[in-house]
Design a protein. Sequence first.
Length: 451
Amino acid sequence: MSSNPVAETVASLLPRARAELTELVAFKSVADFDQFPRSESEAAANWIADALRAEGFQDVALLDTPDGTQSVYGCLPGPAGARTVLLYAHYDVQPPLDEAGWTTPPFELTERNGRWYGRGSADCKGGVIMHLLALRALKANGGVPVTVKVIVEGSEEQGTGGLERYAEQHPELLAADTIVIGDAGNFRVGLPTVTSTLRGMTMMRVRVDTLEGNLHSGQFGGAAPDALGALIRVLDSLRAEDGSTTVDGLTDDAHWEGLQYDEAQFRQDAKVLDGVGLIGSGTVADRIWARPAVTVLGIDCPPVVGATPSVQAGARALISLRVPPGVDAAEATKLLQAHLEAHTPWGARVSTEQIGQGQAFSADTTSPAYAAMADAMAIAYPGQDMQYAGQGGSIPLCNTLAALYPQAEILLIGLSEPEAQIHALNESVSPEELERLSVAEALFLRNYAAG
């Protein structure tokens, strides 16, 4: 990175950033209180609130959102007449999955091979630290030239919509000229990237029932309708032979026109086993950024160990459907529900329950904020032009903010590049990316103020 005072300040603050991220990662802040104590999330929220107060933020508050979680808010006033920028991150994290599969404990930040490992290190507790680093660098070099609002969500990973509903009930709170969502990531390490589209999502539980109770498979199997077998048929109907998503009425032929994703690189990033093919058709970018994608997240059925020779009376699955920009998530939900009902065999009873939904998002990349970010990225990443990419995931708050503040410019950056393995075992963050993106965000705020 070329030498400049902001970059030098960020570099000097990295040891402090690592210590703070270590403290933040230690909170087991999974916003599923059936699995993890609510006190862990509350402790993480209080840590962030204290950090904001220490930086001079005013009106710092723990917002009790309608889904029973807390988001953290604070405002750092800028010069009179300055523009307002909202910085977003979230402190809740995905469950660690199989803790035995982690090389080091998931809630202990650990350095290995130049990366910092721990659940939430990239997604998105690292984003909280990125915002703090950028603001500290500006304060040490002439001050923060804009009014900064910070909002750190407590339930983004659950998709329960608490912050969206709170924002709708308090529309003045998060009003800003520009919004920087720190929950995306570079296309690859060292390639500065702004995410310009997000797929939306819907999550649905489906239950199939066929019998009043389980039956002996030797006595009744062959004629008694097997609920688990019926469920497998239903789930299989959601994919074509090549693995493409096939929800009746949902188109699957859109194309991505921007940055392309090399198939060999994708295989490496996704850690696809040798000899196993990718699914779907079109380019990789088409499949992960521009088209719908269904995933079976879980099935309730007897485990192999301890299973008895029984015909199952009932079975249940959790399904995620990602929907691309241009597709209404509510309409996709209706199509998915109708598809599941239409494809349930043997007259089995089927019921569905929607448990989460978020709309897709598409940004205006011609706005002044994008030009300010491109200039900042060029300094933070010498020799690299800022790229535009999509993201397969969804951040439901984006569309809520876009609807509440239609004049606001929205940019998505962050630490979740492919090597980070967010949501998976051994999640990690690159400290070099944390450093460069913190510099980029600081310079962006300065550029945007001057524009």
